[in-house]
Design a binder for this molecule. Sequence first.
Ligand code: SF4
Length: 259
Amino acid sequence: MASSRSSRRDIETATNSPGQAGARDSASRNQLSGIPEGFFIQWFKSHGRYFPWRERHVTPFGVLVAEILLRQTKAEMVASCWPELVKRYPSPQELAQAREGEIWELVHNLGLGRQRVLALRAVSSELVRRFKGQVPASLEELLSLPHVGLYTAHAVCVFAFGMRLPVVDSNVIRLFSRLTGQQMKKDIRRCLVAWEIAWSILPATGAREHNFGLLDFAGTVCTSLYPACISCPISCYCVYHACSNKFITNSSSSRGDDT
Ligand code: SF4
């Protein structure tokens, strides 16, 4: 059962590929059709960022913990505390039983007050109570967890379970907005056109590397304040670049909380 925080249409748009969902408005997709297939995979191989939670041996719970920590927080800061957190609490059982102060000690530097501690404990407790301490390999079941929204559920499905799904965060929305020249909603749940575009550029294989590349490209090249248009390898497909920065785009530079 999907969470009431995400509407049925949100989930259907985010989870159905264009082929499954039937006819869609193809205008936005066509605008990006010139970008070579596999571009973001290739870009990731040469320019992608390394973070410990991206290693293949990381458990689904480790991936989920990382995604919760990454909300509204720079990845470099998360990298300073994630290894110790998952070493001390490698499973939902251990994290659910941990004292709040012990978790706080490890994550307080990331900001957001106690929110993160409460989120980590709540999601861990729910995994123990409803899923025998396992992270479910199902988008709908992930969405039924507290503090898990569309971005996080998709990220866990792709990065932990290797599913072929798109991943959209606020930086990706900004990138798509600039590439297409369309104003887009900042809200990850409600920006349906961004999910549609993300589906349209998803390659048949390599969803993991493609999404890492897309997230990194949006977060490090097409940045909020100073997009690197001069050296951007896809500037020839970009409406924003062609129109000399005419468009007002999403100015958020953090991943944000999509719950
Ligand atoms: S040309 Fe500039 S605005 Fe367009 S995608 Fe590249 S970095 Fe972003």
